[in-house]
Write a new protein. Structure first.
Length: 163
């Protein structure tokens, strides 16, 4: 689940289950920082945000069921925003272009597009034009393999109503 889309309870549950364990103060700092970054979704100028989420993430309850239901509800609200295109990669698409792991593409106004990857507490900003071009091409393939935004929102709402 992208950090920009996580509820406070979901983020807290994720950090609390990390191994080795994080102390409570560090968890609170990280959750607060994640929540503070979410203002970018509604700030001015409103950014265009496009995201593909694996269906498995929608089906795996992180924390308790009430935390999961709150997270699905938040995703449904985000999926209705005009500046957010939320897509789901269905479980029945076993081989897709995103199997190499998650990444983020950022296109700052008036600057070149960059990539960002983060895994196992290691992060890397990608500025090499060829590497960024490959990520952008891969993202295009991922989006074409995922459900449409409308189909994705319908799936999220079905999951939310089945709880």
């Amino acid at each position: 689940m992208p950090g920009l889309f996580q509820t406070k309870a979901h983020a807290n549950a994720l950090y609390a289950m990390r191994k080795p364990l994080l102390d409570d103060e560090l968890i609170e700092q990280r959750v607060s920082a994640r929540m503070a970054r979410q203002v970018v979704l509604t700030g001015r100028p409103v950014p265009m945000v496009s995201c593909v989420i694996e269906e498995a993430i929608l089906r795996r309850p992180i924390g308790e069921w009430n935390i999961h239901k709150e997270q699905l509800s938040a995703l449904a609200r985000l999926g209705r925003l005009r500046n957010v295109e939320l897509q789901v990669m269905p479980l029945d698409c076993p081989e897709h272009a995103g199997m190499g792991g998650a990444f983020t593409l950022l296109t700052p106004k008036g600057k070149p597009q960059v990539g960002y990857v983060e895994v196992q507490n290691v992060s890397r900003l990608i500025t090499d034009l060829e590497e960024v071009r490959i990520l952008a091409a891969r993202y295009g393939c991922i989006r074409s393999q995922a459900l449409t935004p409308r189909e994705s929102l319908a799936l999220i709402e079905r999951l939310l109503n089945s709880q």
